[in-house]
Design a binder for this molecule. Structure first.
Ligand code: PEP
Length: 254
């Protein structure tokens, strides 16, 4: 079976609302002339842009829209946080949980990420759950154990049925925003390992179905080779997602 390739652009804290609408509109225009039967494109702007972008590109068009994080509660006295209920109402369909920048700068633990995943799934959002090792973990040869712990902790008590709404993104931290990309063989080795973990926990049907994206300095120049690996089912793109031409070129490579 062939899994759909899912290409998602994580805009982080870049673009103003007007610049974000212009970027999404340009990407959306580019999608109109492409064959998307076996691929899906998603933009993941700052929360503040979601509503305006959906107004510009349409709620049920070719371009999916997501958020970069959400809180684990539906509502409450959590100043500055965003509820998954609000994201859903704004029209977001996806949410990234566990990006390494959230783990690193906001001390997000597996236990917290597991609660966020459950909260997002409860609102009908599809979760892009990020996992990946740091450079020192790879150098000390603990990367397989790190990834196993991230899968075990983040997906604790997530049912087989709920796995239909989970995308995994393997993002080696040493490759994010550094220009250092994992070699196709290095990435494939980990993706195969992750699929094996999912197979052991949820069985063959879920493992065969699940989308495992690669993230970390994916660009038009390296995308085709990465995306041709048997267990790499898409990309989570940072820097190259901020230029419509580059993002569309990665979609073409998928
Ligand atoms: C990311 O932030 O998820 C990412 C992969 O960034 P970049 O493509 O810039 O390395």
């Amino acid at each position: 079976m062939t899994r759909k390739k899912i290409i998602a652009g994580n805009w982080k804290m870049f673009t103003t609302v007007s610049a974000g609408v212009a970027l999404a509109t340009e990407i959306n225009m580019g999608l109109q002339t492409r064959d998307l039967s076996n691929k899906k494109a998603i933009v993941i702007p700052p929360y503040t842009h979601i509503h305006a972008i959906i107004n510009a590109v349409g709620a049920n068009g070719n371009l999916g829209v997501g958020a970069q994080n959400c809180h684990q509660q539906k509502e409450g006295a959590y100043t500055g946080e965003i509820s998954p209920v609000t994201l859903k109402e704004m029209g977001a369909s996806y949410v990234i949980i566990g990006h390494s920048e959230r783990r690193q700068y906001f001390n997000e633990t597996e236990e917290l990420l597991n609660a966020k995943i459950k909260a997002a799934l409860a609102e009908g959002l599809t979760v892009i759950y990020c996992i990946g090792e740091t450079l020192s973990q790879r150098e000390s040869d603990t990367h397989f154990a790190v990834i196993e712990a991230q899968i075990k902790g983040g997906l604790e008590d997530i049912s087989t049925e709920e796995m239909n709404n989970i995308i995994l993104a393997y993002e080696p931290v040493w490759a994010i925003g550094t220009g250092k990309v994992a070699s196709p063989a290095q990435a494939q080795e980990i993706h195969q390992f992750i699929r094996g973990l999912i197979n052991a926990k949820y069985g063959n049907a879920v493992a065969k179905n699940i989308c495992i994206q690669y993230g970390g300095s994916m660009k038009p120049e390296n995308a085709a080779e990465l995306l041709s690996q048997p267990d790499i089912d898409g990309g989570l793109i940072g820097g190259a997602a901020l230029k419509a031409e580059q993002f569309l070129a990665i979609i073409d490579a998928a």
